[in-house]
Ligand binder design. Sequence first.
Ligand code: GLN
Length: 295
Amino acid sequence: MSQPPLSIADALRQAQLQQLPRLDAQMLLLHVLGQSPRDRAWLLAHDDDLLDTATQARWEALCLRRLAGEPMAYLLGQREFFGLELQVDARVLDPRPDTEILVEWALELLPSLASSPAIADLGTGSGAIACAIAAHAPGAQVFACDASDDALAVARSNAEQLQLPVQFAHGCWLQAFAPATPRFDLIVSNPPYIRADDPHLQALMHEPLSALASGIDGLDDIRAIIAQAPAWLKPGGWLLLEHGYDQSEAVQALLRQQGFAAVQSRQDLASIARCTGGRWAASSPQLDPEQASIV
Ligand code: GLN
């Protein structure tokens, strides 16, 4: 015997019984109903509406995926980042609100940079950082790279959709860029930084491991970026990196060892030092970009 159709109120009650957070349940229900996931008032106004069989099946499938730990962004197919609506799926890291701190820091530096600065976002993933900077720094030349073709496809499509002029390159960190690319006034990156044996990775299994884990101490990619950056920065240019909750001292030390000046960290939304950066001092010896890979 088939079940009677569920009303919107019944569906939300059912989700609550399954321990799904209320906000997640509301957003998923709005999504299957073709409404804006932010329009929670719509649900109240349609409390008694009945779900048709197909909608109910899609809603139940999404609830199960959410209960299994899939990020909301993948289920909704989108994530808001720095006021931009990005399309995201399992090919890319789900952009975190804490990464907006890195964008804010980059934008704060703009007035001190050249009038049409060249800015690079390394390991761009969904394109979140590059698109946010391009949207708020119309005079800048924004470049972005990723080692994953899949991620680049997502990033390219986001930049296109948002009509933001980001130039993409495929490859590993700064080696992605052609030698003729201008030197950068600013390099930003949210690279993988979780220790390969960190138990937190278990909870992030729906996201690409290559965007999360980075060797035995989580610093392999940060070390590679810091080693390559001087050859690609203009004198006085900045390198800003997001990193793990316990890595600020290590990243500061790596930057100082490499010869960066004004090394400092910024806190995330939970007051944890989450981004660290420094300026490539004008007097530091400039390396030949061709030599960057052996630094
Ligand atoms: N901040 C993310 C997390 O810990 C990881 C992002 C990253 O590795 N770049 O969930």
